[in-house]
Design a protein around this ligand. Sequence first.
Ligand SMILES: *Cc1c(COP(=O)(O)O)cnc(C)c1O
Length: 416
Amino acid sequence: MNVFETLESEVRSYSRGWPVVFDRASGSWLYSEDGRGYLDFFAGAGALNYGHNNPVLKQALIDYMQRDGVTHGLDMNTVAKRDFLESVQEILLKPRGYDYKLMLPGPGGVNTVEAALKLARKVTGRESIINFTNAFHGMTLGALSVTGNSMKRGGAGIPLVHATPMPYDNYFEGQTPDFLFFERLLEDSGSGLNEPAAVIVETVQGEGGINAARVEWLQGLAELCKQHDMLLIVDDVQMGCGRTGPFFSFELAGLQPDIVCLSKSIGGYGLPLAVTLFKPELDVWEPGEHNGTFRGINPAFVAATEALRAYWTDDKLEKGTLAKGEQIARVLGELVEEFPEASLVAKGRGLARGLEFQSGELAGKVASAAFERGLLMETSGPDSEVVKMMPPLTITDDEVEQGLGIIAESVRTVLR
Ligand SMILES: *Cc1c(COP(=O)(O)O)cnc(C)c1O
């Protein structure tokens, strides 16, 4: 027995699939304490888009700490926060023609989701939120109420209310027109559906099994929101910050959501930071009406600013992400063809990729086989039936090839 088993709660999860003790990390690699390298196709579930201990961000952090820059600042004005706000304005919003106010809701993804839900309800005076099948929005009560997975919902211990699930894109495998059911319920005064305050959606469902909504579906959803006066919340916590190519995952569909949730990689270095963006007319908060002790972790602002300056002032990272995504998609396509009887499905967009198996057991075996060969990837989907590939966006072509070699070998070992 070790202290992880004797002291740490049974709630721990990733450590079970990867039963080693990690110590160092650099770029696309994690190293266990005995020195073995693991190629990281997990990237902190999307919190490490710029890799582990990225040297550019690290130097900015070292310099900031060395000069005794403020570390903890609640929401006090600081130089680090000003630099961050200015770089969001100049690098992210202005060039895209977006007009948003920025709120710091607390350090994690759930904090931005909870803030978005609260704000949508406050602005509209309505209680109901529409969410989608297989959505994941986090583990606090409000976020769980709009999350699909029954095991995670079960952890709440109280009724999860004021949210209504609708079918996500392709839920009926193309057999029904988009939004048939949703639209009918909205228009029928006898449907029993309360007028929704907002719709919350992921453009690609990461935890839900790497389900990428089609551009037409996303545009149709935005149109439906407009027609029925519902706010559109895009939860870009996992798919934002370049995961699918462009900084915001919804740029591809030309959307301008009313509210945008960011976290995971916005802090750049794997540091906790979350941001809620919303249209200026929605800024109806009273001072302090939403609050939190950790809304100003200034080193996270420093790393976030550095990441925006280093990676988002040109389109190199975006192009690289799309090219590497295609590199992965090609190999997944080949595996699908190699094993027709296994009915594999290749899924995803940009550097969020998945390979769906017929069962969670098979996907789990493939992930374990990959771990034995020195590669980290997790499974997702309602039955954990999708092997999920999300390397850092800064991964090299050679590392992608190396990882794909391990994945192909693992699939062959399990399926043969
Ligand atoms: C991870 C995630 C969250 C929750 O973020 P936490 O930091 O874990 O609270 C919310 N939404 C999406 C889409 C996520 O991937």
